[in-house]
Design a protein around this ligand. Sequence first.
Ligand code: PGA
Length: 244
Amino acid sequence: MRIIQVHSYDDLSRDAADMVMLQISRKPWSLCVFPTGQTPRGLFCELVHAHHTGLADFSRVRFVSLDEYAGIAHDDRRCLSLWLGRELLQPLGISEDRIYTFDAASTDPGAESARIEKVIADCGGIDLAIVGLGPNGHVGFNEPGSAFDCRTRLVALARESIRSNTAYWGSEADVPRFAFTLGLGTLLDSRTLILMASGSHKAGILSRMIKGPVTPAVPATVLRLHPEGIVIADREAMSFCHYR
Ligand code: PGA
């Protein structure tokens, strides 16, 4: 696993955008995974800016969802695919036929999870997956205890994830209890896997991820098993790691 420490959140966003653009320039039809959350917002702004200024061409990029709440309507305000559509996919001009998302309202979670695994296989695998770091070490919605070889599936959200997701939706009662997520094994199969972390509130969990034991108790440690695993983090997030 490669660790890239940058000075600030702006540097983090710019460097991550450069990595995405490098990937797209090498393989314009790359299948990519992007997370929702606060962390990638600056990255999305950088990519949209690059699109508008003609620095990068995203017209052939393909996108598959990292995760999605389950048991909500397609037009629910909490739908993560709508969030990504609004903030990234529509501004980049990625056409609908290149976007593969979970059906949040699916009543057959097993079939829905298998469908997304098949989409990924039919696309030739994920080229670039970018993920965030949950306060409990989750990646996507792979909560502590998830096996490193687990595949795409429906999961129950951990208490800490419900709490942290209130930042997006208001109160705990507003946070759905179940979600679809790409599995850790599915993410491990990605050609490149990048984790972004920013801010002092991530310092504790990031140091466990980088320096602690590789264990399903901290799902993000799966990156240490990936030959092309990259952590990109700002100084505040790295403050417990003492890397320079
Ligand atoms: P954040 O979320 O980017 O809003 O910190 C990360 C996560 O919970 O995976």
